[in-house]
Design a protein around this ligand. Structure first.
Ligand SMILES: Cc1cc2nc3c(=O)[nH]c(=O)nc-3n(C[C@H](O)[C@H](O)[C@H](O)COP(=O)(O)O)c2cc1C
Length: 388
């Protein structure tokens, strides 16, 4: 039994992950935007609610499954897009996809992934969703969509909350971009950090150093190495998107489309009117700004303003099974995890990814039974109260 198997909570996996990662990598994962207040607020927003169990209900067998876009998934959560994930653990995209497939939950491949869309769709043909950032070149965007479609991906997640490249105080401090890696100026400062984290460093060096952004390799100048592909990506990945772009993406993608990164009820309604099949209330895990409300508070507002008729997914701050239940009670039809599953894969590769899913899943089914809910549909607003 490894330390990862013994981890009893996502917090346990987080500690293992941070022990393995050099500070310049771990601090980036934990840093978020600005002073990191956005991440803390996302997590703390759940503490404003407490569960209100109902007794004597038929609760066994607990059924955590949820139907989405014609498929029945095993749980109320899937794995959200996390870019450049191979920096935390080489082949993290592949491990997360495999773990999601085996657990029968969706896996959203980031538009800034190290693995290619074709690789991931081969590993998890029925569970891969594809996340798109609108590239500067419309031809690149179109090609990414065509590749996702040809690879058999059914669900598109269009992320719209980054009109400019993110600003990370951690990156400003360390001088190391996670995409392009260290350079000659920053390298000497990182050597001691790397030496103190030999398992991560050995994995990094054994894999050939900076992992290649497979999703962007096809668009960078021919013959580009990993650093050159990353430099191309940094310049070209996030063209500021507008409602016109949403119309264009909608006309190009024929399958289900989720618009991710909305926190305003008017935006949610407008996205659905423009043809989105669902919206994800998300503040990019606190990576966008450090002065936004907690994502769960945005969820409550979007539900209050946009009503019950639109499909609303949610991510931000989920670390426990009870968080999934609270999000569902507040109005999320489905939830996604970013860091929780990254902690798992960073701590223990495939085994760690599976452990993170198991922890959340068993916590979810236990807590559902304890509050008197046999199915996900039984969870309602009546099961939460404001914390006293
Ligand atoms: C390191 C990191 C990288 C991310 N990369 C992406 C990305 O490439 N595309 C995207 O749509 N969201 C990205 N996100 C946001 C996540 O999809 C998700 O919204 C967020 O992590 C949820 O918050 P949580 O980490 O508290 O679960 C990223 C988040 C993190 C922490």
């Amino acid at each position: 039994m490894t330390a990862v198997d013994r981890a009893a909570s996502i917090e346990g996996l987080r500690r293992l992950a941070l022990r393995r990662l050099p500070h310049f990598v771990g601090d980036y994962l934990e840093g978020g935007a600005g002073d990191g207040g956005g991440i803390r607020r996302n997590v703390d927003a759940f503490r404003k609610y407490q569960l209100l169990p109902q007794a004597l209900a038929e609760v066994t067998p607990v059924d955590t499954s949820v139907g989405l876009f014609g498929k029945r998934y095993a749980s109320l959560f899937g794995i959200s897009a996390v870019g450049i994930a191979g920096i935390y653990r080489r082949h993290a995209d592949e491990y997360l996809a495999e773990a999601a497939r085996d657990a029968n939950i969706p896996f959203i491949l980031s538009g800034a992934s190290h693995a290619t869309i074709e690789t991931i769709a081969r590993i998890a043909p029925d569970h891969t969703w594809y996340q798109l950032y609108g590239a500067h070149s419309p031809a690149v965007t179109e090609n990414m969509l065509a590749r996702a479609r040809d690879a058999g991906v059914k669900v598109l997640v269009y992320t719209v909350d980054y009109p400019l490249a993110p600003r990370s105080e951690v990156v400003s401090r360390t001088g190391v971009s996670m995409a392009t890696g260290p350079n000659l100026r920053t390298l000497p400062r990182l050597v001691l950090d790397a030496l103190c984290h030999p398992f991560w460093t050995a994995d990094y060096l054994r894999g050939g150093g900076l992992p290649k952004l497979g999703s962007w390799a096809a668009y960078a100048p021919p013959g580009s190495n990993a650093k050159q592909i990353a430099a191309y990506y940094v310049k070209n990945w996030n063209n500021p998107q507008t409602w016109r772009d949403l119309d264009r993406i909608r006309s190009l993608w024929k399958g289900p489309m989720v618009v991710k990164g909305l926190v305003h009820a008017d935006d949610a309604l407008r996205a659905v009117q423009a043809g989105a099949d669902a919206v994800t209330v998300s503040n990019h895990g606190g990576n966008k700004l450090d002065c936004m409300q907690g994502a769960l508070d945005s969820l409550a507002q979007v539900r209050a303003g946009a009503g019950r008729d639109i499909r609303v997914f949610f991510d931000g701050g989920i670390r426990r099974g009870s968080d999934l239940i609270i999000a569902k009670a507040i109005g999320a039809e489905f939830c996604f995890t970013g860091r929780a599953t990254i902690y798992g894969v960073a701590a223990g590769g495939l085994r760690g990814a599976k452990r993170a899913i198991d922890i959340l899943q068993s916590d979810l089914s236990y807590t559902m039974a304890m509050i008197g809910c046999r199915t996900v549909g039984d969870i309602t607003h009546d099961h939460v109260v404001a914390a006293s």
